[in-house]
Design a protein around this ligand. Structure first.
Ligand code: SF4
Ligand code: SF4
Length: 418
């Protein structure tokens, strides 16, 4: 490996070495408790797919370049120098981990493999060896933020075409705008994904609740976080923060996108607005009687997949279950549920990598397909776009025989008109 590149990689590595990550790198006792936690290992039991083995790729470099013993006697300290295969190993480790953090909840020391893999992802970015599609999508989001004034009108025109579908779901009262934008002082700024499916049902529910809301000009998903580029992650996040501050909103409601929710909730620092997921907002509307939903209009047994970034890593676990209790008498949880749920296998940018990751995504999520099948559910509900795409692919691949649905669209379809 060229000296300049090695120096750049080490600089990036060093920049990541805060107290917590250093503790993760120093602490692993190799007890192996985490091994069975990982859906990848559980589905494809190969040594390299255990969380500890993934972390070891980084740990060996740490020992070589940041530990006295590794610098002096690398063979003794299990240290490893950069060589021609290092980047391939980093890629294999980082992009076979969805960052679900299930292993962390089982590790006696709470070692966060996702954090360790963020070092690998950053080094791949520095070496320009990251999945190109993820960086490209992040760049598109950033440039949209920079040229919003030029594309605003086109976006608003596009929204006009969705209005009749919003009204079909919920008839407006006089003065209500189906999809409001740029509402100064709105109570809620709703950040959707690109696509009508993320806007129409949400708009119908906001209107039914008579919410003082406004739609963001930006899509929620943060491809910078998927690719592990902190600078891009921040630029993408800042577009939403600046919009929320400019409009002086009280709350930013993130659509069904786990990564977007976790990034804004946990990485945006102290802000003058609250961050919620749409699931939390819908639960609140039902509890406060702002909306009413019809029970049992969806037939058959219903189960719920907890998106890792919303449930285990975002703390939203009771809310979807409360909503489902209002929608059906036939809800059944999976055997491992909520914070203990297995990842769908599509996180960490894998779904966005499309066909390139398809084979791995399917094989590494067999345990998820088995978990769903064991419920005998006919409807599989989730609250994350990424999970929805992955679960739909799994449904075909493993003949799971379910219909995959978004929770928010079920709420919109079940609205009762007084
Ligand atoms: S459970 Fe924790 S300490 Fe044990 S091998 Fe896994 S990461 Fe290391
Ligand atoms: S974060 Fe998830 S995918 Fe990554 S090693 Fe841990 S359990 Fe496996």
């Amino acid at each position: 490996m060229e000296t300049d590149l090695r120096e750049d990689l080490l600089k990036a590595f060093e920049g990541k070495l805060n107290q917590t990550i250093t503790m993760y790198l120093e602490t692993c006792s190799r007890c192996g408790i985490c091994t069975d936690s990982c859906h990848v290992y559980k589905s494809m039991p190969r040594p390299e797919y255990s969380p500890a083995a993934r972390a070891e790729v980084i740990r060996k470099l740490y020992k070589k370049y940041f530990k006295f013993q590794g610098k002096l006697l690398p063979a003794l300290g299990e240290a490893r120098s950069f060589d021609d295969t290092t980047l391939d190993d980093l890629n294999r480790a980082a992009y076979s981990c969805t960052g679900c953090r299930r292993c962390m909840t089982h590790c006696p020391f709470g070692i966060d493999t996702q954090q360790i893999m963020s070092i690998a992802k950053l080094m791949l970015v520095v070496a320009k060896e990251e999945p190109e599609i993820l960086s490209m999508l992040a760049d598109v989001s950033i440039s949209k933020g920079e040229s919003i004034d030029m594309i605003k009108q086109g976006f608003i025109d596009g929204l006009k075409r969705l209005e009749k579908d919003v009204v079909k779901k919920w008839k407006l009262e006089a003065g209500q705008i189906p999809i409001p934008t740029e509402v100064q002082g709105a109570d809620i700024l709703y950040v959707a994904l690109a696509g009508a499916h993320s806007i129409i049902p949400a708009a119908a529910v906001f209107n039914a609740a008579k919410e003082n809301w406004t739609l963001s000009f930006f899509e929620a998903v943060n491809f910078g976080a998927f690719v592990g580029d902190p600078a891009k992650t921040k630029l993408i996040m800042d577009r939403i923060i600046n919009e929320a501050k400019k409009l002086n909103v009280k709350e930013v409601c993130i659509c069904e996108c786990g990564t977007a929710f976790r990034v804004l909730k946990q990485m945006s620092g102290k802000q003058p607005f609250k961050v919620s997921s749409i699931t939390q907002v819908h639960e609140r509307y039902i509890k406060e009687n702002k909306i009413k939903v019809a029970k049992n209009q969806f037939n058959g047994v219903i189960t719920y997949h907890d998106p890792c970034q919303i449930a285990r890593n975002g703390g939203v676990m009771d809310e979807p279950r409360f909503i489902l209790s209002q929608l059906t008498d036939e809800f059944i949880d999976m055997a491992k549920r909520a914070e203990n749920n297995y990842c769908c296998g599509g996180g960490g940018g894998l779904v966005a990598m499309g066909e390139d990751s398809h084979d791995f995504r399917m094989k590494s999520a067999k345990v998820k397909a088995d978990q769903v099948k064991a419920t005998n559910a006919s409807l599989l509900v989730t609250a994350c776009e990424n999970c929805h795409s992955q679960l739909s692919d799994l449904n075909k691949y493993y003949n799971m025989g379910v219909e995959v649905k978004f929770l928010s669209s079920m709420v919109a379809d079940a609205l009762i008109h007084d």
